[in-house]
Design a protein. Structure first.
Length: 115
């Protein structure tokens, strides 16, 4: 089972990025998928999560700016990030969770918001 995250980069404050996480090796449609981030010197935190039935939840800090979505036919989850702020700078990781045993992480993609 593999998760491949992509789409990170350098963007100016107020800009947008879309992260993608493509899964392989299992049927991800039954998994809850999430995006987490870890800034330097801080703990990893949940950014957004989408369940198998499409229910979403977001960290308060990104509500109204970020949107998580999934394409089960492509085994892919997306994170559309708008109105980016310097505080959004972090390494973003995707996660697929079904059970404690079936819990997988991608390699991370770096997002830097700076002028």
């Amino acid at each position: 089972v593999q998760l491949q995250a992509s789409g990170g980069g350098l963007v100016q404050p107020g800009g947008s990025l879309r992260l993608s996480c493509a899964g392989s090796g299992t049927i991800f449609s039954i998994f809850a998928m999430g995006w987490y981030r870890q800034a330097p010197g801080k703990q990893r935190e949940l950014v957004a999560r989408i369940t198998s039935d499409g229910t979403t939840n977001y960290a308060d800090s990104v509500k109204g700016r970020f949107t998580i979505s999934r394409d089960n036919a492509r085994n892919t989850v997306y994170l559309q990030m708008n109105s980016l702020k310097p505080d959004d700078t972090a390494v973003y990781y995707c996660n697929a969770h079904l059970t404690l045993k079936n819990d997988y992480w991608g390699q991370g993609t770096k997002v830097t918001v700076s002028s």
